[in-house]
Design a protein around this ligand. Structure first.
Ligand SMILES: [Mg+2]
Ligand SMILES: [Zn+2]
Length: 240
């Protein structure tokens, strides 16, 4: 029998990139002090809303700020080992998805600039347009989810529904939902702390060299689903 397809899903900000590019932009351009942004933060912190509110309330403030955003993009870098890890995945026929609740404009720009070749990029369609306009939208096409900007859980579930094995790499709160349906999780920062509290299995990482050290020697076991360290508990939030 042919082994199921192995997929890698990686978050972008603070994961594939060293920096949280979205947060860096929001702080540097003063968006965090704006009325709508503060409202979005209140809604999210009180558990009344997910990242959809953030997309709708904070991102409009980046209108007309392409030059300022471009200047910030000069300063950010991929995480160590990212290029080597993506090359490894290409060599082994492992499709990689960049899954982000950030903004398409800076993600597509940085993917091009740093040669981060992947199979697909799933991200909120927020872009500066050719005609000087600006478009804000949420990626979420999951009818059961009125919570996320980009419904990370929905994308991982799609890959699982195709019968594949999924390795998830992430760092933030949206990755708590995203990694909920994955088979193995590589985590740092907020995601790692959450999984730790839950007593959930994960592999800690700081660079993609750390991830390669785990995956490369036993890539066949990841491909056939027998590799140790799988998440143990079912997802408790995204129950759609
Ligand atoms: Mg992140
Ligand atoms: Zn969702």
């Amino acid at each position: 029998m042919e082994a199921a397809m192995l997929y890698v899903v990686t978050d972008f900000d603070g994961t594939l990139m060293r920096e949280d590019v979205g947060d860096t932009i929001m702080y540097a351009l003063g968006v965090m002090q704006e009325e709508g942004t503060r409202k979005a933060v209140r809604l999210m912190n009180s558990g009344q809303s997910g990242s959809k509110a953030w997309i709708e309330l904070a991102y409009p403030y980046l209108k007309g700020k392409k030059a300022e955003v471009d200047r910030i993009l000069e300063e950010v870098r991929p995480r160590d080992g990212a290029a080597e890890f993506l090359a490894f995945c290409r060599q082994h026929g492992i499709p990689v998805t960049i899954l982000s609740d950030g903004m398409a404009y800076y993600i597509e720009e940085l993917v091009k600039r740093h040669g981060l070749v992947v199979q697909q990029v799933v991200v909120n369609p927020i872009r500066y347009l050719e005609d000087g306009g600006y478009h804000v939208g949420a990626e979420n096409r999951n009818p059961a989810c009125d919570w996320c900007g980009c419904c990370k859980a929905g994308t991982v579930r799609q890959l699982k529904a195709s019968g594949g094995q999924v390795i998830y790499v992430g760092d933030g709160s949206s990755d708590i939902l995203g990694s909920g349906f994955a088979d193995w999780i590589f985590a740092r920062s907020t995601l790692a702390r959450h999984l730790e509290e839950q007593g959930e299995a994960y592999f800690p990482f700081e660079t993609f060299h750390d991830i390669l050290k785990v995956v490369a020697p036993r890539v066949e076991q990841f491909q056939d689903g027998t590799a140790q360290g799988k998440r143990t508990q079912p997802n408790t939030f995204c129950r759609f």
